[in-house]
Design a binder for this molecule. Structure first.
Ligand SMILES: [Zn+2]
Ligand SMILES: [Zn+2]
Length: 458
């Protein structure tokens, strides 16, 4: 006899119920609470927008997170359907709905609803900055789900990640959000923790919608540093900051100093990503104001100098890095000691290293091999597009074989595969195929076929 997993049977039952949407919508107020989560999951995955809206209207728990759910239906259409079900004005709230936190963020580790014992409930993800909440970040007070007075005092929170990229779909979704906030007459807290902005100058109206205190991940592309300062001055606890193509006139001027003052307030910052941000001989000013022990540091296209690398190797901010990306900064100096010291320093924690397009030669990479072979947690190493010879590439491979966690290596095409290395169009594909075959054979001989060595022609 074929025994089925009970969860699968329940899923099948839900899918079959959903074939008749009007009936299921009519009976929602009578079905047991325990069935709401599997029913919501099936309706969301099946793209049943009307049912999703109806379920949100009578949701019997304090919070609802879409978590890791993904549907074949257009994602923004389903999110709109969920927001449609959110009853923010107490006068219109459906009887039986307890929903106070609607979370539309994709999050693989999040359950559909949080903690609940009998009638007491709280949400791990509720916001500390919603207007009527007096809680501090990280503290969770429980709410009595049976008490309508207590529930009505609690603000309704709508959690979304926003990417302001100027596309029609984004603009339509934003204007829908705006109308929902306006309709709520102040009783809905639109909470954005992760904000991505493609062009800051066109986003002022949207930013007025948001309480910037809620943001912990900020990514901005194309803006002046002055505008970034204005934005940062309204934030308090960024975990992650990513800035790309930011215009600034000088590392000695007032605007850069104001930027440093803003960064200095960010005690929680553990992920910094600056690209196309000219920092030549000024990296020390920036790193000094950051908290010690950053986890992730990305500095591609920052025109870093030898002096910057020396500081990088000495400062406490880089002592425990898990990820370091120094790609597209030229490392042509003869003294490799700063780079060696840096690699030794992070060897106990580093999991991901990128040094692509750095004009690294055989002698530089050779000097790094001892430190690299101490990076026992390294999982990804990418050093593509550097002028390295085949003999050095084989030597590196031999030395990295004992790193059992290292699974992905993106290596440079060796110089002999080109007629002239600087002209990537002169690549000889047969020579490259020979290189690939040779490296593969070496990995097989060492029983390290689990390690993927890859390369890509430009
Ligand atoms: Zn929750
Ligand atoms: Zn918030």
């Amino acid at each position: 006899m074929d025994y089925k997993d009970p969860a699968t049977l329940l899923d099948l039952a839900m899918q079959s119920l959903l074939k008749n949407e009007p009936i299921i919508i009519q009976s929602l107020e009578e079905i047991p609470r325990e069935l709401f989560i599997p029913l919501f999951t099936a309706a969301f995955l099946g793209g049943c927008k009307k049912t999703v809206t109806a379920i949100v209207k009578v949701w019997p728990f304090f919070c609802l997170h879409i978590g890791k759910l993904r549907s074949h239906e257009t994602h923004s259409a389903l999110l709109k359907a969920m927001i449609d079900g959110l009853q923010v004005l107490p006068a219109y709230a459906s009887r039986g709905s307890k929903l106070k936190v609607l979370d539309l963020r994709q999050n693989a580790d999040c359950r559909t609803t949080c903690f609940q014992i009998k009638t007491k409930s709280f949400c791990f993800h509720s916001c500390s900055y919603s207007q009527t909440s007096s809680r501090k970040r990280g503290e969770h007070s429980t709410v009595n789900l049976g008490s309508e007075a207590e529930l009505s005092r609690y603000p309704t929170e709508l959690l979304v990640d926003l990417s302001l990229n100027g596309t029609l779909r984004t603009r339509a979704f934003l204007s829908f959000l705006l109308s929902k906030v306006e309709q709520s007459s102040g009783s809905l807290h639109l909470c954005c923790r992760d904000l991505q902005i493609d062009n800051l100058s066109g986003c002022n109206n949207t930013l007025k919608l948001l309480n910037l205190l809620c943001i912990d991940h900020l990514a901005v592309e194309q803006a002046s540093l002055n505008d970034i300062n204005t934005l940062l001055s309204q934030m308090v606890h960024l975990d992650s900051l990513s800035l790309s193509k930011i215009t600034l006139t000088s590392l000695n001027g007032k605007i850069f100093k104001r930027f440093l003052t803003q960064l200095e307030r960010m005690d929680n910052l553990h992920d910094l990503n600056l690209s196309f941000f000219c920092l030549t001989n000024g990296l020390h000013k920036l790193l000094r104001v950051l908290p010690h022990g950053l986890d992730y540091l990305n500095l591609p296209f920052c025109e870093l100098s030898y002096r910057d690398f020396r500081f990088l190797s000495q400062c406490p901010q880089t002592a425990h890095l898990k990820l370091l990306n120094l790609s597209n900064n030229s490392m042509t100096w003869e003294d490799c000691e700063p780079l060696q010291t840096l690699m030794e320093k992070v060897s106990g924690t580093l999991q991901h290293l990128e040094i692509n397009h750095c004009l690294i030669t055989d002698s530089t990479i050779f000097s790094l091999i001892p430190a690299l072979s101490h990076c026992s947690h390294l999982r990804v190493l990418s050093f593509a597009s550097n002028p390295i010879t085949m003999s050095m590439l084989m030597r590196i491979l031999q030395n990295l074989l004992p790193l059992m966690e290292l699974k992905y290596v993106i290596y440079p095409i060796p110089v002999h595969c080109y007629e002239r290395w600087y002209y990537q169009s002169t690549l000889d594909r047969q020579k490259l195929a020979d290189v690939q075959a040779q490296l593969k054979a070496m990995l097989q001989a060492a029983q390290r076929s689990d390690m993927n060595w890859m390369t890509f022609p430009e």
